[in-house]
Design a protein around this ligand. Structure first.
Ligand code: MN
Length: 320
């Protein structure tokens, strides 16, 4: 446990009758699934809840129960509590960062080891997904797991482990998955909704990424770039490129606009820290998966990033 205010959070949570539920921009399965599970748990105790995500929710997750409750505008009413999910710091909340600061009491639930623990109470646990932290909280609260909550938590866990392929995939995780599935949810249906709904443009995007793929054999680096058609398309290329053998690090450059590039890092080797490289470029994340954003033309962003990454990998190659 990185920060353990769990006892206090359990007590505090029972008292919540009005709250913002907040999580990071560029929503994905874990932060949205975790947020919605918290939403349903708070609803069970009769709380008023504003579920806010500054960048909205991606359409491929529209099967999640409560998806339509997600708002991206500023809520009108002041809430006493803010529950913050899957976010290392308040900046990750985007335009609604101030809501976390405005609430009287903030509760931070996360699994990122670089969490800055800025809330009133922080529960940061090194787990496969924030969904697992939420599961632990709901167990302690003795909230019955219904199909709504189970769908949200299963989606959180499944997406953050790339369908149980990486991260903390262990016996406990499968025991949790089993308990969630036992509520009657359909894991095949959820898998299909998340992974098998790519549209034609997304496939073309992947084609561009594969076409630009470069491999630097001596340092086991593979990198590519493409023009981002839609924000939620970002994951697909890295899911494919991680399959290349003899690669320690994958870098994907997404040109969002002529002066803005989003960069994601995926490490395959235990020795390579995506986080260190991302941090050197003003970003952050996990050891195996991290990201940053550079306000530069794509050529300059690539040059700057590759210099940092190559140095990092070169040092490793020459010390192992
Ligand atoms: Mn997560």
């Amino acid at each position: 446990m990185i920060k353990d205010d769990s006892k206090r959070i359990v007590e505090e949570f029972k008292r919540i009758n009005s709250a913002y539920v907040l999580s990071h921009v560029d929503a994905e399965g874990d932060n949205l699934g975790s947020s919605l599970a918290i939403y349903w748990a708070l609803k069970k105790q009769g709380a008023e809840v504003d579920l806010v995500n500054s960048s909205g929710a991606p359409s491929y997750l529209s099967f999640l129960p409560g998806f339509e409750k997600v708002i991206s505008k500023t809520p009108e009413l002041a809430r006493k509590y803010a529950v913050i999910l899957d976010s290392s710091n308040f900046d990750r909340l985007g335009a609604h960062k101030h809501l976390a600061q405005k609430a009287d009491i903030s509760i931070n639930l996360d699994h990122h080891t670089d969490n800055q623990c800025l809330a009133t109470y922080n529960w940061v646990e090194e787990t496969a997904a924030t969904g697992v932290v939420v599961y632990h909280l709901l167990k302690k609260l003795q909230v019955p797991l219904d199909k709504n909550i189970a769908t949200c938590l299963y989606t959180a866990i499944m997406t953050d482990t790339g369908n149980f392929q990486y991260g903390r995939v262990d016996a406990e995780l499968f025991a949790i998955a089993s308990e969630l599935i036992a509520t009657g949810i359909n894991p095949i249906h959820i898998h299909d909704e998340v992974f098998n709904q790519k549209d034609f443009l997304e496939m073309k995007c992947l084609g561009e990424a594969l076409d630009h793929l470069t491999y630097e054999k001596d340092i086991k680096l593979a990198w590519t770039w493409f023009r981002e058609i839609k924000d939620e398309f970002s994951h697909m290329a890295s899911e494919q490129l991680i399959r290349i053998k003899d690669v320690d690090l994958i870098i994907i450059f997404k040109q969002v606009s002529p002066q803005l590039v989003k960069i994601s890092f995926r490490s395959k080797s235990e020795k390579v820290s995506s986080r260190l490289i991302a941090q050197a470029l003003g970003g952050g994340g996990h050891i195996k998966m991290a990201a940053t954003v550079l306000s530069l033309p794509i050529e300059q962003a690539i040059e700057k990033t590759l210099e940092v990454a190559r140095n990092h990998l070169y040092d490793l190659t020459h010390t192992r």
